[in-house]
Ligand binder design. Structure first.
Ligand code: NAI
Length: 268
């Protein structure tokens, strides 16, 4: 019950990691607002965690401001924000599938001749959408909750980035760039806001079993299991446990950190 009576907003709470975070927070005593652009997902998770479903698109600042105002009205001032809403870039992944299979066949031959052409085939709208959801969304939500957090001198923000934001993931330049921006943003915020009682930290999950990764082919999944030292993908509950720690007073000296939760895939 480390989060007893805390008011939390979990963006992207309608699925996968966000759902697990919302449930874990409720188990630890928090009252949770499940913010998601997907009505059904938000309502389902809200039922699971006894929370409030709030439908909003994090990439729209007016919707975010209205959503946060509603949470403050109905639940109270926000103590915890988890910026988790995200997209994987499905159209890009679909375009890559054939080229990745060709590269896989060439591995071990001493020469990979197939280029992925991810960059040159990436349209403007997919680039912008990736930044709108991850970077704009994290900015809008953080700004909206920080206004009252700073006046009350307390708060915790946890940003869900990715190993791709540290390492750079082949074939996903827009996702990698957006997650890298989230990490840099987190560090700057952390240094600014800690004097006002707000702690900001980020996590970098590896590959986690969620609807977002359910599109992986068996061969891709086997490849990830092989390259992840622990030998498997992670579970959303394992991410939720780390987020709960960072959101709680147990992490009172963690400021601007990047927590790796990736089964050993990236240890530096
Ligand atoms: P998911 O697809 O299961 O859930 C994402 C949720 O975000 C969905 O409910 C979706 O409706 C919501 N969402 C998307 N765009 C939104 C918007 N504009 N406004 C509000 N809500 C929006 O994905 P998953 O796997 O649970 O991912 C959660 C976060 O973790 C994402 O930020 C993702 O990039 C990150 N992540 C996931 C990894 C994985 O292997 N699953 C690995 C590393 C990071």
């Amino acid at each position: 019950m480390r989060l007893k009576d805390r008011i939390a907003i979990v963006t992207g709470g309608g699925s996968g990691i966000g759902e697990a975070v919302a449930v874990r927070f409720a188990e630890e005593g928090a009252r949770v607002a499940v913010l998601d652009v997907d009505v059904k997902g938000a309502e389902l998770t809200a039922t699971l965690c006894g929370g409030l479903a709030v439908v909003a698109d994090v990439s729209d600042s007016a919707q975010v401001d209205a959503a946060v105002a509603r949470v403050e009205r109905e639940l109270g001032p926000v103590d915890i924000l988890v910026n988790n809403a995200g997209i994987a870039g499905r159209r890009n992944s679909e375009r890559l599938a054939e080229k990745l299979a060709a590269q896989a066949a060439e591995r071990g031959t001493g020469r990979i001749v197939t280029g992925l052409d991810a960059l040159v085939r990436l349209p403007d709208d997919e680039w912008r959408q990736m930044f709108a959801v991850h970077v704009d969304g994290t900015f809008y939500c953080s700004r909206a909750v920080a206004r009252s957090m700073k006046d009350r001198g307390t708060g915790a923000i946890v940003n869900v980035a990715s190993i791709c934001g540290v390492e750079g993931c082949t074939g996903h330049p827009h996702y990698s760039a957006a997650k890298g921006a989230v990490l840099a943003f987190s560090r700057a915020l952390a240094k600014e806001l800690v004097v006002q009682g707000i702690r900001v930290n980020a996590i970098t999950p590896g590959f986690i079993e969620t609807p977002a990764t359910s599109v992986l082919t068996d061969a891709q999944r086997a490849g990830l299991e092989l390259t992840t030292p622990i030998g498997r993908l992670g579970r959303p509950e394992e991410i939720a446990a780390t987020v709960a720690f960072l959101a709680s007073d147990d992490a009172s000296f963690s400021v601007g950190s990047t927590f790796a939760v990736n089964g050993g895939l990236l240890t530096a």
